[in-house]
Design a protein around this ligand. Structure first.
Ligand code: GAP
Length: 475
């Protein structure tokens, strides 16, 4: 194997269970995040929103490769949660909901962060974050991270994180509506619609993927904390009393999904139980990934939350809507409000974890090879197709192979420009797991070479075998 030049994240992750990586390591990991931002832009994974206007802070756009990667992450989730199960139904609820939904959910009253403003430079920060970062007991001990002034702050003000807008023609007479801060509430208000139309029996779940919006005070760290993001949420309705058992099951299943389906390094994954519970939860914890740098708790950042939400949400919607949200058990003739186990993953954070997990640099023949070792099932492009030279019928033959793969639904990229080694490197950096080369032998006997990104080994197979070969390895 070529020498690994990338910072030893795995080693850091192992060392950081409980203690966190040391300062030097954290610095190296920050460097990794910078490299990722640069590669993401160069290769068309992620661009800053509205870049030509100087950029919109903490909002990002997914480019040609990024949109494919994120779609593959979401499709893998939908397949595991909906298509492979009889007991979970899909839903696509609207972003805008009745404003009372957010009163019932507790978001109007409680979805707030304590905001303080520096009296010198007027920058605003979350007081709780500053207190924990600076291990301080009160704001008069806090130093402004922006201008360095100590102890000069406004009184904390509760700042609601929901984006507000107006429904109707004139702001003064119109109804306030909110951009949803989580997709979950669209599931709760549709609980009986889905249960009855799909004829589901408790225990069963409802899954949804969609945009959510939060006016975060301190967003940042690339796509880790943004104002607009996508959630992949599943709410599992269970009989009260069985909730503890289901919580454990979902906790284990979701960790296994990140490990086995998404391919995140087990040494960089952990489950972190919450000590302080949200107003709706009786048990909760996060699936965390070790990103390194300044993300989360010494590099460990939440990618998914698992919550036992009890019967809080359905009971509150019963109370505020005046409609019963009870399940009637047909066998026992019992009625009850189910408990809910929620699994709430971020599509953007999971996609960022895939990129951070995949990035590596290797020394190969005196040069640095940058590789995105993304799992073939998630890779945006599955194979490159290259004519060795631009003559002797090779471009035409390579073009036919490329076209045939595309028609069969295997994303392929045709490239005839530059030396073959450079073409391989370009695809290594884009995360493409395979490369097919048409050479002189192809024209004589119909065989091509197939190169694997991770090992750089090459095999020669018949042109007719290419599709099967790739299908077996893409999964
Ligand atoms: N319904 C429960 C809920 O929304 P959460 O822990 O606040 O729970 C779930 O959010 C997931 O959504 C997080 O684990 C994270 O992956 C993602 N997420 C939350 N806020 C985010 C933000 N500002 N930017 C990007 N992703 C975010």
């Amino acid at each position: 194997m070529p020498a690994l030049k990338t910072p030893d994240l795995q080693g850091a992750a192992r060392a950081s269970h409980g203690t966190g990586p040391d300062a030097a390591q954290a610095m190296a990991d920050t460097d990794l995040m910078e490299k990722l931002v640069s590669l993401a832009k160069r290769r068309g994974y992620v661009f800053q929103s509205s870049e030509i206007y100087g950029g919109a802070a903490s909002v990002w756009d997914y480019g040609p490769l990024g949109v494919e990667l994120k779609r593959n992450v979401k499709e893998a989730w939908w397949k595991s949660m909906v298509h492979e199960r009889d007991d979970i139904e899909g839903l696509d609820a609207a972003i805008l909901m009745h404003p009372k939904v957010w009163e019932a959910s507790g978001h109007v009253a409680n979805f707030t962060d304590p905001l303080v403003e520096c009296l010198n430079c007027h920058r605003r920060f979350r007081e709780d974050t500053l207190l924990s970062e600076q291990a301080a007991a009160a704001s008069d001990q806090l130093q402004c991270p922006s201008c360095g002034t100590r102890g000069k702050w406004t009184e904390p003000r509760q700042f609601n994180l929901m984006f507000k807008t107006y429904k109707g023609p004139a702001e003064d007479s119109a109804e306030i509506v909110y951009l949803r801060p989580e997709t979950a509430q669209g599931i709760y208000v549709n609980f009986l619609n889905v249960q009855q139309s799909a004829r589901q029996k408790v225990p069963f779940g409802i899954a949804q993927i969609g945009k959510a919006f939060r006016n975060e005070i301190t967003p940042g760290n690339f796509t880790f904390r943004t104002l607009e993001f996508e959630q992949m949420e599943m709410q599992f309705f269970v009989k009260p009393g069985t909730d503890g058992e289901w919580f454990e099951q979902w906790r284990e299943r979701r960790l296994a999904w990140h490990r086995e389906v998404i391919g995140l390094d087990p040494d960089r994954l952990r489950y972190h139980p919450h000590e302080k519970l949200a107003h709706y939860a009786s048990a909760a914890g996060d699936v965390e990934f070790f990103f390194g740098g300044s993300i989360g708790d010494e590099g460990w950042g939440e990618i998914e939350g698992i919550h036992n939400r009890t019967d809080f949400d359905l009971k509150r919607h019963q109370e505020y809507s005046g409609k019963r949200l009870e399940y009637i058990d047909p066998a026992a003739g019992e009625r009850y409000v189910p408990y809910i186990i929620e699994t709430s993953a971020g599509a953007d954070r999971t996609t960022l974890a895939v990129l951070a997990n995949a990035y590596r640099e290797e020394a190969v023949e005196g040069e640095t090879r940058v590789v995105l070792g993304i799992k073939p099932s998630l890779a945006p492009i599955k194979t490159g197709v290259f004519p060795l030279v631009k003559k002797d019928g090779m471009p035409e033959r390579a073009g036919q192979i490329h076209e045939a793969l595309r028609v069969r639904g295997i994303p392929s990229f045709y490239d005839e420009s530059g030396a073959i080694g450079r073409r391989y490197r370009r695809q290594d950096e884009a995360g493409t797991p395979f490369g097919i080369t048409v050479d002189g032998e192809t024209m004589e006997n119909g065989t091509v070479t197939i190169r694997e990104r991770d090992t750089m080994t090459q095999a020669r197979i018949s042109q007719d075998e290419v599709e099967r070969y790739l299908q077996e390895r893409i999964g």
